[in-house]
Design a protein around this ligand. Sequence first.
Ligand SMILES: CNc1nc2cc(C(=O)NN)ccc2[nH]1
Length: 390
Amino acid sequence: MFELIQTDKETKARRGRLTTAHGVIKTPIFMPVGTQGTVKTLHPDDLLDLGSQIILGNTYHLNLRPGLDVIRAAKGLHQFSTWDKPILTDSGGFQVWSLAKLRKISEEGVQFANHLDGSKMMLSPETSMEIQATLGSDIAMLFDECPPYPCEEKYAADSLALTTRWAKRCKEWHEENASKIVPWMTEPSLLGESPMPQPRQLAFGIVQGSSYAELREQSAKELIEIGFDGYAVGGISVGEPEHEMIRAIDNAVPHLPVDKPRYAMGLGTPPQMLEMIARGVDMFDCVMPTRVARHGLAFTEDGPIHIKNKEFEFDQRPLTEHTHPSVARFSRSYIRHLWRAKEMLALRLLSFHNLHFYLRLMQQSREAIEAGTFAEFKDTFIARYNSHKE
Ligand SMILES: CNc1nc2cc(C(=O)NN)ccc2[nH]1
């Protein structure tokens, strides 16, 4: 599944290829987030124009709305959304913690009041994996407990022990049932040409352990013992300071197998991603590029800019000199006008631009690793990006 192509000499950065049923993914990679089956404001063709190789969907949201019957009738999320390249689905572990109310965690799973109408729902290792199999994602994430930050060591230890027991149940359910439920496994014609000899849904483990080094190591080792196609570092980007986030990666990644992908969940800013790539992380997902676009923020090589600022009133330059041609044709002055006039095109242009910025940064990182210049690329990019910080 994962071929490690090259490891940088000065850092732990690496270049790889992850083969999934719907396509081969070049890493390091950023995954645009399509929580409810769409990357907000963008058409699947926009994502192809941007060079997006894989997008993320959320089990919690899609199970809640439109619900499994609708997804099943459409023969899975690829058919439903018409995105026919790879999809990774998160398991709902994080959303239950961050979104739902009145959570009751038991050995069985998590009971909660959903964020839409407050009615009671339940997610368990088995139901989460069944939802992900019905969605037919290429990569399914195990159902875990994402501990709050900060939390006591005892809580973190008990939580990771639960996550490990749940990981076993996820793996058992997945091995037994995925091939009978994943639409493109029960009906191979849905998949067509695939780079995978025996196309199957991959399953990734999620390392927890909060901010405790020995717990992160323990979680990694227990998940490796169970055996997954890739390993995510979870329970990060949950409100902890940046140095804690980086420490969590330092405490987990060295214990993960070199020949499997590492995925930092829910992360992060351009500098944070480069720091993580230097530590051997291969995959990222974050709502930031599309979410901050909706707040009028555009990423640039000199740090983010708020397009509504007066300084751009007469600025005839494009958002950045390397932005996508379909955005470069518009001036900052025009996009500022659209934003202030509450024109929907502003949201689309800023979302498109920010995703392009993130995906181009990954492309530049892959090229720098290949050229053996990643350390210099990282330091130069971060220095310029932070130089304009007030
Ligand atoms: C935006 N921050 C953020 N942190 C995350 C953590 C997880 C996790 O631990 N899943 N089990 C998932 C998505 C996340 N997004």
